[in-house]
Design a protein around this ligand. Sequence first.
Ligand SMILES: Nc1ncnc2c1ncn2[C@@H]1O[C@H](COP(=O)(O)OP(=O)(O)OP(=O)(O)O)[C@@H](O)[C@H]1O
Ligand SMILES: [Mg+2]
Length: 276
Amino acid sequence: MSFVIAENVSRTYSDRDSQNEVPVLHNVNVGIAEGEFVCLMGPSGSGKSTLLTILGAMNHPSQGRLLIDGIDVYALSDERRADFRAQYLGFVFQQHHLLPFLSAVENVMLPLATLPLKASEKRRKALDVMEKVGLGGKAPRLPSQLSGGEQGRLAIARAIVNDPPLLLADEPTGTLDTRTGDEIMKVFLDLNGRGQTIFMVTHNPANAALAHRVLHIQDGRLDGEAGDCGGTARIGTNGTQAALPQPQIAQPLCHPEHNHTDTVIRECRSLDAELQ
Ligand SMILES: Nc1ncnc2c1ncn2[C@@H]1O[C@H](COP(=O)(O)OP(=O)(O)OP(=O)(O)O)[C@@H](O)[C@H]1O
Ligand SMILES: [Mg+2]
């Protein structure tokens, strides 16, 4: 069975003016195997980000369900789903959403804020992952003191510092020049080579061609659909929950309202004080 299965997923958004429900995704079926690198392409407005955020456990489908590692993600409570996201998923967005007032290493430490690790261990983990994406030696810099490509790599480092089983990326090279975009793609390919499962939205056919598989979406419909998930998905024909593994999630890591940023800043500052 695929590691990720989106099963007959539809999404409508309500139009504020007309109060009508506007369909954006129609019965989408996607399967992603562990270790696979899948790209999603399609025109602007075709539903790529909508599908990505649904796979990212942060956009409830109107119909259908999402199974990741056998877990029925949208059947979880909001709090459990937040914990699931923290444990299973890493995100890289086009606008990297780096915090400008935190150093590079502090930005990477953010997802570790609530883990029961010493601040020094969190820093070590963050430095290791920065090394992995070619940012060794850049730890004290502010994001504004990094190049566009380095900022992209920093966003990737932050996304993978928790070792998420699934890495989701929404046009991570969209705003970058070709050379910098290539640099970022190399990082994704390197991570995939080490076993990282990746689902990436891209407008760039050359980048998509480097993936194991390319999905095409048009007006909210995946090409070659009607139950065909492009090869790797194995959805049971009767679609019953009984055939699926029982959800297993570790105890909640944190309360969703926990302020990660404050914790990281406090920990970094106290660690700095310790080291002086
Ligand atoms: N929260 C929302 N409320 C209402 N409509 C939305 C919402 N989010 C997206 N849409 C609409 O859904 C459609 C698909 O949007 P989506 O962002 O998924 O497209 P996309 O393929 O990612 O486009 P792009 O390539 O421009 O990023 C668009 O028509 C968009 O206006
Ligand atoms: Mg988009």
